[in-house]
Design a binder for this molecule. Structure first.
Ligand code: ADP
Length: 596
């Protein structure tokens, strides 16, 4: 399996190879088409150069023909050579010929423009040809003139008809070349022996194509020592064209297209070497442009795919992160839900435990109260009995007025007993009341009524001075009574074992929308203030007759729960001087709108 990096590398390499192939193709096509054009141009250049050469030489050829018909020349070949030398010289000067010779039918030189030595031409091919009545054309490196010469030998006919001699025009090849030396392209003309005889590049002249000694062997007469080896070059074929790579030449193109043209008139082959570097440069440029376009396109494509790939990766990462986060959130959510349900269950348990405690506390308070109340009821009952007995006695004595007073006392006592019993019933019933506006004064007064008798018996002074401010709190009336009763009876319990002073001060203050109730005693104070609200914390001993202190240790913890259920707070601390102080803080009732 290939990974992403390998795939990309393979794609890039494939692309680069494709670009290289494509640009090579474009370059090759451009090269071939440029070669086409070069060849066309080269052919016409070569044709032009050949025309110029043949045209130039043609002039001398025609001169030879004309001179052959000249009467002076004809006279010379038939024996009267007087004055012909002047004619020849004059003509040579005017036509730019190197020399003009008049030769007898045996090859002997009868006259010449240069007037130099008499040379025999017998046996020379040009002479033989002229003797045959045709134009003899020849070229050689002449010892006599010390340079390359071209010669045209025209037969001189007598009036009778047969060839009497010949006129030979010697042409200076260098002079012909001079006009087009250095012109482009490189052109050279090679003879039948493979020797470059004429060229527009001087270094190309007199090079032998093939073995020099062989050439020399066959033509020592024409090419004495001047031959040089041919250009060091390699040939190769490009679509039917010959391309040359030339070594070590300054004026010949290094890479050239080779063209040739046969020129039978002068018995030579015209050849040209055309520089292909412009074609190469052009092809290279075309390949480069194609490659650049492809690469630019490829780079754009690559960038676009890279961008898409990066985006896709980022997207995948983001999605992964989102999924992970979602999973985490769902887990946390599930955990939270479990915790919430656990909490709800715990709360329900707590509520149940609290209500059980309240119930237990009520029973405990009931126990406490039953002692106090039986004491409280016992007293009026005894009084009622004695008032009733007294009333009976007064009635017997006919003192109905006094008896009436006694009966009125009895009624009073019965009413008071009824009130005490009502309080007791309120305590005993399972309270379902909600939270309402409760006058604090009434609560304290009801509690004091319950404990009045016990306080009196125990010599406890209870001071309750309700302030003038409005003391209506938020709470449940009976439960609040239960709290206050618990605080007062605890205070009385605490002072039971001590000598005077036994005093309980109840006080209340309002702070904005909070109301504080203080219950202070002059007892020994709290042993462990931090623990008093703990359930079942008690320092009291259970007494055998049930009338004394019984230490359930629930009173304050229940009170705590009750006050909290009203949205309030209960605290206990020791007074700096002596005794304990309990503070109950409650919400003050909002003033009624209709009362305003
Ligand atoms: P119990 O009255 O059944 O002992 P409580 O919860 O009402 O239970 O009281 C717990 C304890 O707090 C008492 O046993 C007592 O030690 C202490 N306590 C409460 N009120 C006072 C007080 N006014 N003075 C001294 N100690 C007190």
């Amino acid at each position: 399996m290939l990974n992403a990096l390998q795939t990309r590398i393979i794609a890039i390499v494939t692309f680069l190879v494709a670009v290289a192939l494509l640009s090579a193709g474009v370059g090759w096509a451009g090269y071939v088409s440029a070669l086409d054009q070069l060849e066309q141009r080269g052919r016409s250049d070569l044709a032009l150069a050949s025309d110029r050469l043949t045209g130039e030489l043609g002039r001398y050829r025609e001169l030879a023909v004309l001179m052959a018909d000249h009467p002076g020349v004809m006279a010379a070949v038939t024996g009267d050579a007087r004055g012909v030398s002047d004619l020849l010289r004059e003509t040579a000067d005017k036509t730019g010929s190197l020399d003009i010779l008049v030769v007898s039918q045996f090859g002997a030189e009868l006259a010449s423009a240069s007037g130099e030595g008499a040379l025999s031409h017998g046996g020379a091919p040009y002479f033989e040809r002229a003797m045959d009545g045709a134009m003899g054309v020849y070229h050689r490196v002449s010892d006599r003139y010390g340079q390359r010469t071209f010669m045209f030998a025209a037969p001189v006919f007598s009036n009778a008809g047969p060839v009497q001699g010949a006129v030979i025009i010697i042409v200076n090849v260098s002079a012909v070349e001079a006009v087009w030396r250095g012109a482009r392209p490189t052109v050279f003309f090679t003879d039948e022996l493979g020797v470059t005889f004429i060229s527009n590049r001087s270094e190309m002249v007199l090079m032998a194509r093939g073995n020099i000694s062989t050439v020399r062997g066959t033509s020592a007469e024409y090419y004495p020592d001047t031959l040089r080896p041919f250009l060091d070059h390699q040939e190769r074929d490009v679509r039917g064209r010959q391309l040359w790579s030339v070594e070590g030449q300054r004026y010949v193109p290094r890479h050239a297209l080779y063209l040739s043209l046969s020129l039978p008139v002068i018995q030579m082959t015209g050849e040209a070497l055309l520089d292909v570097s412009p074609a190469r440069t052009l092809a290279g440029l075309q390949a480069g442009v194609a490659a650049a376009i492809c690469l630019a396109f490829g780079a754009m494509l690559f960038l676009a795919t890279e961008r898409r790939r990066t985006l896709a990766i980022a997207n995948a990462q983001l999605e992964g992160a989102v999924q992970a986060r979602t999973a985490e959130l769902s887990r946390t959510n599930a955990e939270l839900r479990r915790e919430v349900s656990e909490r709800i269950a715990a709360e329900a348990q707590l509520k149940k435990a609290q209500s059980d405690l309240v119930q237990a506390g009520k029973l405990s308070a009931l126990g406490q109260m039953s002692a106090g109340i039986s004491h409280e009821l016992n007293q009026p009952l005894m009084a009622i009995r004695s008032y009733a007995e007294n009333a009976e006695a007064f009635l017997d004595r006919g003192k109905s007025e006094v008896a009436g007073q006694n009966l009125a006392r009895i009624a009073d006592l019965a009413r008071r007993m009824g009130r005490i019993i009502r309080n007791l019933r309120a305590f005993a019933k399972q309270e379902r009341e909600g939270i309402a506006d409760v006058p604090l004064d009434g609560v304290v007064t009801a509690v004091l009524e319950i404990v009045e008798a016990r306080a009196r018996d125990a010599g406890v002074e209870i001071v309750w001075q309700p302030p003038d401010v409005d003391l209506v709190v938020r709470g449940g009336e009976v439960r609040l009574q239960q709290v206050v009763l618990n605080l007062v009876t605890n205070a009385m319990d605490a002072m039971e074992a001590q000598d005077s002073p036994r005093r309980i001060e109840i006080d209340a203050e309002r702070h904005n929308d909070r109301i504080e109730l203080f219950v202070r005693d002059t007892g020994p104070g709290l042993d462990e203030p931090d623990r008093i609200f703990d359930p079942f914390y008690s320092t009291k001993q259970v007494t055998s007759d049930g009338t004394g202190q019984d230490g359930m240790g629930l009173g304050l913890s229940i009170s705590y729960g009750l006050v909290q259920s009203f949205g309030g707070m209960i605290r206990g601390r020791n007074h700096p001087v002596r005794g304990a102080v309990f503070t109950v803080t409650l919400d003050a009732a909002q003033p009624r709108e209709d009362a305003a």
